[in-house]
Design a protein around this ligand. Sequence first.
Ligand SMILES: Cc1cc2nc3c(=O)[nH]c(=O)nc-3n(C[C@H](O)[C@H](O)[C@H](O)COP(=O)(O)OP(=O)(O)OC[C@H]3O[C@@H](n4cnc5c(N)ncnc54)[C@H](O)[C@@H]3O)c2cc1C
Length: 381
Amino acid sequence: MDAQQSPWMNDELQLLRESVARFADAEMVPLDAQWRAQQNVGKEIWRRAGAQGFLCTDIPSEYGGGGGDFRHEAVIYEELGRRGLSGFGQGVHSIAAHYLLNHGTAEQRQRFLPQMAHGELIGAIAISEPGAGSDMKGIRTRAERDGDHYVVHGSKIFISNGMLAGLLALAVRTDSSPGSQSLSILMVETANLAGFKVGRVLDKMGMHAQDTAELFFDGARIPAANLLGGVPGQGMYQLMGDLPYERMLIAVSGVATMEGALAATLAYTKERRAFGQTIFEFQNSKFRLAEIATNVRVARAYVDDCISRVTAGTLDTVTASMAKWWISDLQQRVLDECVQLHGGYGYMNEYLVCRMFADSRVQRIYGGTNEIMKEIIARAL
Ligand SMILES: Cc1cc2nc3c(=O)[nH]c(=O)nc-3n(C[C@H](O)[C@H](O)[C@H](O)COP(=O)(O)OP(=O)(O)OC[C@H]3O[C@@H](n4cnc5c(N)ncnc54)[C@H](O)[C@@H]3O)c2cc1C
């Protein structure tokens, strides 16, 4: 079956796709097992990706970015997603870059974005805390003003890129009121930062190459000039503004993961034999694969429409929330079927569908849980 060409693709994006695919096959896939064993991808691959122009592709070139748009980012998530390369946390890196682009001062954009585009500074977003996940009102990490600095106390959990990150978009409370008006984002440079410690790289069900970590702040002094946008109390507004973009990263990689799993499962079932025929030839297998192919095609059409809307600047929160929950739910069902069609081999980590199955589970949880997505949708009904 020919893959359907997305309506937003063009010749320039096709060239980008081919060079990302070559890079991923040569420089990432061969290292994935090692990355999974060591629980991080290391810093060198970030510099190499930056040198190739694969980071911050939708950040304007005046800040060192690629000067493209969301389609360029989508191409990269798709090529990584199809290969099950879940350790390279480009999504949160891009989100941190967008906080700077959309809300940072001119000085902050100039200072940080070129380094992020070159892969010299890896970005992370640090919002979740032990007592604050879905409900951001529970954020306790506090930043008290002391002269030209903020002094930060508190901790964060589940932070993607947490160990490798050189720049954190850190959600803090800049005054003592409990509501959203005291939330702010500090851009924290972690190198040699006294009072800052990376805790454990967390032992997860999947995404073993991703350095999801705990972070601890005990009197870390952050220059007041690093307050995103320069005005305290804007944190909730800044975080909310970029949510449709974040949710689309999850949906785009979800569809690509399903496409990669379908291709791997077709190849496997057409090769493996039982009872004198290939696994593919059993009617059950053909029907399952026909269902998967149909579901993936429908998901692709929806996500393609969303990609076009992000590119045009018209994607609304409800449409993005629909994409996030529906695609991540489908992704898990599809991966479950793909594992089943592989038999015992589907349970072995050396098989792509096994890694994808375990990696996919979290898609329903992070980026706002699917229950929260349905809350958002229901509010608009
Ligand atoms: C691998 C991984 C990577 C992550 N990366 C990051 C990161 O880079 N940065 C970051 O800040 N965070 C990150 N997170 C955290 C993630 O965003 C949170 O885990 C998520 O928002 C859920 O919060 P929680 O875990 O506290 O669950 P809770 O909020 O405690 O939710 C528990 C359950 O209750 C349900 N629930 C909660 N509220 C409602 C409601 N109003 N209605 C119905 N059901 C509800 C939830 O849907 C869920 O099923 C990551 C998490 C993981 C696992």
